[in-house]
Design a protein around this ligand. Structure first.
Ligand code: 13P
Ligand code: SF4
Length: 327
């Protein structure tokens, strides 16, 4: 039996669901019961009635489901860690607070918000400090609500998402440890970024606009602020797909996000907004062979790459996630 059929057969006999993020390789993506952006995957997976879940994505995504649904057995074919999420840990977070203190901004003057692309430990620290989580699809709404505290926002780890939301809302964003005048900022951004989305440049936008004057430029908010500003639409992976699917089929579109998503979109009139192939190395680690091995381990009760989060961390990380869901 071919590996795909073996996977389908194992799925039929086991009490398991498979979820996959849009950046997964096509052959893995096709095996999933549910696909979506980070927010959709966390919400769907936590509600799914099956006792076991196999998560094809990156580490923080699997952890988020375990935080929300601890009763589930959660396996990942690969424990691939998002490079941006790795840019911050609790020590770095505390160091950022020290830099703010030196600039005359105390910890109680800031409302921390973490992008979901962060570890369970960072989410827990932010939960303990009264803060919350956001995703690329709800960042504007979460920042709007967080600002009601009357405090400055400390936004971690993605400076681009923080800067893009600030621009959209007419607010001032500054990068902690880099920019002067932190006291003037509404949003204080940690200096993290996604190296995949850094590949897209305003020159790429200019190139496509010159070549196809009626083209739509669609980007993810992890792209640089000047690239998002020059775009026709900026949104989460699911929001970009919905926007593009609503366009006429002959409408040219250039997309600034991970290659697997763009390649799967439409056959024609669709371009990657870069001359370099924008592949997320960690998302691309998961193979069909890994997924198969993961299902076999579930069958044999050896549980490959089981995700666990210690109870104290889970409790506080859930507080930060629940604050997002309650909004
Ligand atoms: P989405 O939440 O938009 O799916 O983004 C996740 C991500 O890691 C983008 O690089
Ligand atoms: Fe992380 Fe960037 Fe990969 Fe998204 S594309 S999972 S932010 S490294």
């Amino acid at each position: 039996m071919a590996i795909k059929e073996q996977i389908q057969e194992l799925k039929r006999t086991l009490d398991v669901s498979i979820v996959a993020h849009y950046y997964q390789k096509d052959e893995v993506f096709e095996m999933a019961d549910f696909t979506g952006d980070s927010l959709q995957l966390a919400q769907w997976a936590a509600k799914d009635p099956k006792a076991n879940l196999i998560f094809c994505g990156v580490g923080f995504m699997g952890q988020s489901v375990k935080i929300l649904a601890p009763q589930k057995r959660l396996l990942m074919p690969r424990i691939a860690c998002c490079a941006m999420a790795r840019m911050i840990d609790v020590t770095y977070y505390d160091r950022a607070l020290e830099v703010l203190k030196e600039a005359g901004i105390e910890a109680h003057d800031v409302m921390p918000v973490t992008y979901i692309n962060s570890s369970a430990e960072v989410k827990a620290r932010i939960g303990q400090m009264g803060g919350m989580v956001c995703t690329s699809s709800n960042a504007k709404a979460i920042i709007t609500r967080a600002l009601e505290s009357g405090k400055k926002i400390l936004f971690v780890p993605d400076k681009c998402l923080g800067q893009n939301i600030a621009r959209e809302m007419g607010l001032v964003a500054k990068v902690v440890g880099k920019d002067e005048g932190l006291k003037e900022a509404d949003i204080l951004c940690y200096d993290g970024f996604c190296s995949v989305h850094q590949l897209f440049e305003v020159e790429d936008v200019a190139f496509y606009r010159a070549k196809y004057p009626d083209i739509k430029i669609v980007t993810h908010p992890e792209c640089k602020p000047e690239v998002c500003e020059a775009s026709d639409f900026v949104g989460s992976t699911a929001q970009m797909i919905a926007y593009i699917n609503a366009l006429p089929l002959d409408q040219p579109v250039a997309v600034g996000t991970e290659y697997n998503l763009v390649n799967r979109l439409r056959k024609e009139h669709t371009y990657v907004l870069s001359s370099t192939k924008p592949e997320c190395p960690t998302m691309n680690e998961t193979t069909l062979g890994d997924l198969h091995a993961c299902l076999v381990s579930l069958k044999n009760q050896t549980y490959m790459n089981e995700i666990r989060v210690d109870e104290q961390t889970r409790k506080w990380a859930k507080v930060a996630l629940d604050r997002m869901f309650s909004l």
